[in-house]
Design a protein around this ligand. Structure first.
Ligand code: ADP
Ligand code: MG
Length: 251
């Protein structure tokens, strides 16, 4: 993948035998996964297989029922201090953009860093504007979200997550709520981010994106990692029957 330097010795995400149940329902049934700095991992699988739950566990939005997760060496232990640190280091972008409707684009981007980062307001604004350049929306800085297309709103949501200067970005079906003609502008931004060396975990139904951008594709099925590998290998010669039938349905 491009010229990104990869550190394959020290995983930035370590997921060890992670289990998660909601009451009687076991949704994650022992997930082991290590992600390395600058790696781009695509998570695919049918609805209900546990992809979103896994991302939410990584961000401290869910507590674990078993196993452990380390982010850049810090074990997620749900102390307020750790959660605060993890939320800062792990940015998340959801299917629904969740922008603050009463804030302008720039206000959306600077809101969290102004409170959380030890930087001057001027610095945070300058950084916010350069992130808007990155996602191609500087000219929209004073506009309210409702005036933007879905694709533009999602690009703002990406810039907003980046404003905290995260080490890892999680994306949960970032293009699923978009009209088809708006998908590519968001994928282009994500591709650029990958090329810049961001560590990314992306739940997606965009198989072309997974093929082109991901270093590794993980197929989740019924709460376990059923199969994983480099995209070309996984898509061209899947081994598990469940993956074979999944690919027949989506490709
Ligand atoms: P995916 O993202 O792969 O579609 P999810 O992680 O959203 O899968 O969901 C996996 C399973 O966990 C589903 O059966 C879903 O209904 C269930 N689930 C997810 N969140 C909750 C929750 N907060 N309470 C109860 N069940 C949940
Ligand atoms: Mg989901």
């Amino acid at each position: 993948m491009s010229n990104r330097v990869k550190d394959h010795l020290h995983p930035i995400i370590q997921i060890e035998d992670v289990h998660k149940s909601f009451n009687q329902l076991e949704v994650l049934k022992g997930i082991d996964l290590q992600v390395y700095p600058s790696e781009v991992v695509a998570l695919i699988g049918s609805s209900g297989s546990g992809k979103s739950t896994l991302l939410r566990c990584l961000n401290g939005l869910e507590t674990l029922s078993g196993g452990r997760i380390l982010i850049d060496g810090t074990e997620l232990n749900y102390s307020p201090r750790t959660i605060q640190k993890i939320r800062r280091e792990v940015g998340m972008v959801f299917q629904q953009f969740n922008l603050f409707p009463h804030f302008t684009v720039l206000e959306n981007i600077i809101e969290a860093p102004i409170h959380a980062l030890k930087k001057s307001k001027a610095e945070v604004i300058e950084n916010g504007l350069s992130l808007l350049d990155k996602v191609g929306l500087r000219d929209k800085k004073d506009v309210y979200p409702r005036k933007l297309s879905g694709g533009q709103q999602q690009r703002v949501a990406i810039a907003r997550a980046l404003a905290m200067n995260p080490k890892i970005m999680l994306f949960d079906e970032p293009t699923s709520a978009l009209d088809p003609e708006l998908v590519s502008e968001v994928l282009t931004v994500m591709k650029q981010l990958a090329e810049d060396g961001m560590t990314m975990l992306v739940v997606t139904h965009e198989m072309m994106f997974a093929k082109e951008v991901a270093d590794r594709v993980i197929y989740m099925c019924d709460g376990v990692i059923e199969e994983q590998g480099p995209p070309l290998e996984l898509f061209s010669s899947p081994k598990s029957d469940r993956l074979k039938s999944f690919l027949k349905r989506v490709v």
